[in-house]
Design a protein around this ligand. Structure first.
Ligand code: ZN
Length: 149
């Protein structure tokens, strides 16, 4: 168990220091900023969505290792997924970081499962979920805009 824990820790540190997809998407059609005042984490999520599918996703920002690693892992997990799949994945992810996981949801989460240790630190849950809340807000915003066009 402690070996797995160390592996998870190493992955979080790696993604925290060298976040993947850390850039601006110039032609993104969904952009949203998120802020976690409890920790000072701040990020912007860029989405390029076509036919309800996330064809590209990236983020920029600054914050603690947990928030950066979570955003980095999220972008890797969601590229090529549909908005509905993103919602479903966030539901599972939220369960594991708040400590109410089942085995099935851990399996579905793949690499995102490395953040399950956050459940032991309730004050860090907002760090781990900031990118996801921002992503969901971005998705929902544009859905509203599309319906008025
Ligand atoms: Zn944080």
């Amino acid at each position: 168990m402690s070996e797995i824990r160390e592996l998870y820790q190493a992955l979080i540190i790696d993604h925290g220091r060298h976040p993947r997809n850390f850039k601006k998407i110039e032609n993104a059609n969904r952009v949203k900023e998120g802020f976690n005042p409890l920790c000072g984490d701040r990020l912007t999520v860029y989405l390029s969505v076509e036919d309800n599918k996330i064809v590209d996703i990236s983020f920029e920002g600054a914050g603690c290792a947990i928030s950066m690693a979570s955003a980095s892992l999220m972008t890797e997990a969601l590229k090529g997924k549909t908005i509905d799949q993103a919602h479903a994945l966030f539901k599972d992810f939220h369960q594991i970081v708040t400590g109410s996981e089942g085995e099935a949801s851990l399996e579905k989460l793949g690499k995102l499962a490395v953040l399950q240790g956050v459940a032991e630190y309730p004050s860090r849950v907002k760090c781990a979920t900031l990118a996801w809340h921002t992503l969901i807000a971005a998705a929902d915003n544009i859905n509203k805009k599309i319906s008025t066009e």
